[in-house]
Design a protein around this ligand. Sequence first.
Ligand SMILES: O=C(O)CCC(=O)C(=O)O
Ligand SMILES: [Fe+2]
Length: 285
Amino acid sequence: MTLQRRPATAPLKVLLETLEADGALVVQNMFPDSVISEMRSAVARAAETSPPGTATQGFGEPGRAFAGANTIRFSTLGKVSPVYFDMLDNAVFGAIADAVLLPSCGSYWVNTGQVMIIGPGERAQGLHRDCYNWPRASAPDWPYCPDVTLSAIIALGEVTEEVGATRVIPGSHRWADFTDCGDHEQTVPAELNPGDALVYSGKTVHGGGANRTPDRWRWAMHLSYVVGWLTPEESSPLDYTDEELRGRSARVQRLLGHRSYDPRPHLGGGLWLRDVKAIEETWPS
Ligand SMILES: O=C(O)CCC(=O)C(=O)O
Ligand SMILES: [Fe+2]
């Protein structure tokens, strides 16, 4: 079994059917070359001041096993390059996210916008589901629970199996046991060309691959969204000021937590309010 690949120009219906069938797919050329080359050079400059093995996933030393001993991870990518904001406005990933997440929320926001540059000799990351961040949202009605998170691994360079392409278990989004992550033999590598993205459900088992090269790095970033009624992994709302996001699209402002959560058309209350109003209602006119 291999992952199915579809061009970003394929009809949305085809992309969604493929995602639904396998829990993951490769969307070819999801981002234009100009975006990828700008992001790659900006990230390469920023990586010089971000030593590998320092990310802890919020768990201190034990978290390093998950984040990687020789992997460079950092976020707040809008400060690295404003092209990140264009990536948040990407129409294809946006349309997939709308279809997957809006059935269970009024809006979603950024969960991760993070580079994951896997270094030489890195071991394979433990297999997991990204929805494990919020077990109470998925475990009770697994696997029929709503999708609460959607991820993309975006290639900023050639992502081959030997540099640590993400390993995925197609079909694992439907397994009966929420805790079963299968094993390495069931995984397939998501090899990518620059600008391609591995798009996968938060229910799908996957993990970063081992980097078996002596001297090459895996240039990729993780962009994921989570429903607006759950707390994201990253503190985007704190990472940018209102001022820094002024003039950006309403979507970008919302994705980065600078607008409030309106549950409609679903049931629920207004969330992430400022002074009992929607944040955007409090802006000076
Ligand atoms: O680096 C990768 O390929 C996957 C990383 C990942 O799945 C994660 O950190 O949640
Ligand atoms: Fe993951």
